[in-house]
Design a protein around this ligand. Structure first.
Ligand code: ADP
Ligand code: ADP
Ligand code: MG
Length: 661
């Protein structure tokens, strides 16, 4: 076995690999860019090597720097994680030339599976069912239209070198095929420096279901069940689970066996994933094979009890798989939610900045948190905006989802935007609970985008009770504080008005041994909790039902977070509430005549001038953030009155870029 390995990655996946290495008594070496000098993966590794400036193209993606870091530290093997160099055959070769082991498959398999056209051909040859389509390279848009017509609409136009949901377009008619061909080609050229595209049938009502395979260098290969990853946004996974609520044992076996056949056909060794698209009739078709550890691998670990990273390391060291197919049993259910630094209510724009509070839920046998950030750390604009992966497990799907809801309620992140409210909203959708998933789920369930969560009346009442409870405790402490006027103690106050959105709800708090009985409107809710002043998390039960609420104390009240909703509440004496009713509402400033930067980033282009007339929909400027170019357009016709920044400058969120007359 190796005594020291290097992890050629960052963030949560680097941390996750280091944990397993430590358990196996293997020393770990972290590499890091300038931006990551204080990152968590550097902190927890045994050694660290600095590899260059923040952009990954100048650090994490440079093969020589990683090879040098191995030589310098004496690392005998490299785990590449996912992304970065994980699927680069040249990286694998460079390591091999220096006698360093690659913790992953051989060059042959990486090469064969790295190209979508080639891998589809190979899969078909190995007896794997593939999406009907045309596997030649398409020359121009005329040919694209012709082939699309032959396959029959709808079709999907895909970059052969594609990945990460890029270089893909769906077309339902000739015109879309023409446009789709052009834009997929352009995207492929700029993202992958390879503009080959092909066309296949677009599977309607598709589910994305993938098979985890594991193989050693001695000819043994097994599958570890499937993961359903149909909850996607722009072809990128958001929520994954294992097993799939859709598969029956026969389909699982057929998919598993085909995946293993493909693995064997390319002499695969290590962990890998064969992705399938599955239609409503459970017909399944090969999409691609990812020759690396997958982001969502924890759900498989949760239901199989296998540590995939450990086995990758063992296989790379030449060991045999310690089990056969028959030994693999799937137990229970597991769900993973990807927590991203983004603004879900602002069309999921990426968010960056310092994480001023980071308190993940407590880990247990039901809850796992894979993370790469810490309180006080920074989410920079240079890398993937993932903050953490939250994984839960239960005996069945409903239980696993229940744990997920509670864990999301308990997950405290402040300072950067995050998608926890959105994830909570998905968990509440009846269609999700029913397991009726397709890759269109998000688009169909949130047709207007995500606008926040509306709580039902019952949950709102419970939150009102929690707000009153918290306030009552604070008020009671203040009342009984020592050092007040001698002999005088103000009378006990326990009748409150909870004020939310200028509406008052009368509440009466009656302390009990385990919490309080709170009268809200006509009902009495019995609260039980061990909450103490200073806690930012209220954990307890209301009427016997478990409830987790984040409570932030602000200077004029409370902000409560629960079930994806965020509620601002004031708890006032009846007299104060009466007076509040008389206050004039503060009208937010009119920003309709301004163009604000929706995110921190770099102003790339500003093709308009002062005095220019612009039409609704016209491009006003291009802001680059987190590797994406975002075009900001005029919302209505107007004339530019003032421009406050020039192209090339960096922008803060909500910074005023320009103003209209
Ligand atoms: P997976 O297929 O493992 O779930 P995704 O589809 O979410 O992964 O990600 C697609 C691609 O995006 C990955 O193959 C990887 O190249 C890239 N990627 C995702 N996360 C990161 C990251 N933290 N750092 C670098 N690249 C990443
Ligand atoms: P990537 O390398 O970017 O992960 P994939 O080929 O794995 O590309 O496709 C990503 C996603 O796009 C899939 O998970 C699925 O949602 C969708 N997709 C890909 N091909 C098809 C298809 N033929 N029909 C329907 N959806 C598809
Ligand atoms: Mg894929």
């Amino acid at each position: 076995m190796f005594s020291k390995i290097l992890i050629a990655n960052r963030g949560e996946i680097a941390c996750r690999i280091i944990k397993t290495a430590r358990r196996m008594d293997i020393k770990s070496v972290a590499v890091h860019s300038e931006a990551d000098a204080n990152a968590l993966h550097v902190e927890i590794a045994d050694e660290k090597v600095f590899i260059g400036p923040p952009p990954s193209a100048q650090s994490y993606l440079i093969v020589e720097k990683i090879v040098d870091a191995c030589k310098k530290t004496g690392a005998q093997a490299v785990h590449p994680g996912y992304g970065f160099l994980s699927e680069r055959a040249a990286f694998c070769e460079a390591l091999k030339a220096e006698g360093i082991a690659f913790i992953g498959p051989d060059v042959l398999a990486i090469g064969a599976m790295g190209d979508k056209i080639e891998s589809k051909k190979l899969a078909a040859k190995a007896g794997v069912s593939t999406v009907p389509g045309y596997l030649g390279v398409i020359a121009d848009d005329d040919e694209a239209v012709k082939i699309a017509g032959e396959i029959g609409y709808p079709v999907m136009i895909k970059a052969s070198a594609g990945g990460g949901g890029k270089g893909m377009r769906v077309a339902w008619n000739d015109q879309q095929a023409r446009e789709g061909f052009r834009s997929a080609t352009n995207e492929a050229r700029s993202s992958f420096a390879d503009d080959r595209v092909f066309i296949e049938k677009y599977i309607v009502e598709p589910r994305h279901i993938e098979i985890q395979v594991l193989a050693d260098g001695h000819g043994n290969a097994v599958y570890l069940g499937e993961r359903e990853c149909s909850i996607q946004r722009r072809h990128q996974k958001v929520i994954e689970e294992a097993p799939s609520p859709f598969l029956d044992a026969a389909t699982r076996k057929a998919m598993g066996e085909q995946a293993v056949a493909l693995a064997k056909a390319v002499q695969y060794k290590s962990a890998g994933t064969v992705e399938f698209i599955v239609d409503a009739q459970r017909n399944f078709y090969f999409l691609e094979m990812n020759t690396r550890l997958q982001v969502e691998h924890p759900v498989t670990e949760m239901i199989t009890g296998v540590d995939l990273v450990e086995l990758m390391i063992r296989v790379a060291a030449g060991e045999k798989l310690p089990f056969t197919q028959d030994d693999i049993k799937l137990r229970g259910w597991s769900v993973e939610a990807r927590i991203y630094a983004e603004e879900p209510t602002r069309n999921f724009l990426p968010s960056t900045g310092r994480v001023t509070r980071y308190r993940p839920p407590v880990e247990s046998q039901f809850v796992r948190v894979d993370t790469g950030v810490y309180e006080g750390g920074e989410i920079s604009m240079f890398y993937d905006p993932m903050i953490a992966k939250l994984i839960t497990r239960g005996a069945d799907r409903e239980t696993a989802i229940g744990h997920m809801k509670d864990a999301l309620d308990a997950f405290q992140i402040r300072g950067v935007g995050h998608n926890i409210s959105f994830l909570a909203a998905v968990m509440q959708k009846q269609r999700f609970l029913d397991g009726r998933l397709t890759t269109n789920f998000i688009a169909e369930e949130f047709p207007e985008g995500f606008t926040g969560v509306d709580l039902d009346a019952e949950t709102s009442d419970r939150l009102v009770a929690v707000a009153a409870f918290v306030h009552d405790k604070l008020a009671e402490r203040n009342r009984t504080l020592s050092g007040q006027m001698p002999g005088y103690q103000p009378p006990r106050q326990n009748f409150w008005m909870v004020r939310i959105n200028r509406a008052n709800t009368p509440v009466f708090v009656d302390e009990t041994e385990r919490g309080a009985d709170v009268r809200v409107g006509g009902q009495v809710l019995s609260l039980s909790t061990s909450w103490e002043i200073g806690d930012t998390l209220w954990v307890g039960s209301v009427e016997g039902r478990k409830m987790t609420v984040q409570v932030d104390v602000t200077n004029d009240g409370y902000v409560l977070f629960h079930g994806g909703a965020q509620i601002r509440a004031q708890v006032l004496t009846p007299r104060a509430a009466e007076l509040s009713d008389l206050m004039i509402e503060r009208i937010p400033p009119d920003r309709s005549k301004m163009l604000l930067s929706p995110m921190p980033g770099l102003l790339m282009q500003l093709p308009v001038k002062v005095g220019q007339e612009v039409k609704a929909g016209q491009e006003l400027c291009v802001v680059e953030a987190m590797k994406m170019e975002n075009i900001l357009r005029a919302e209505r016709d107007g004339v530019i009155a003032k421009i406050n920044v020039e192209a090339g400058s960096s922008l803060a969120v909500d910074q005023i870029i320009l103003e209209f007359e």
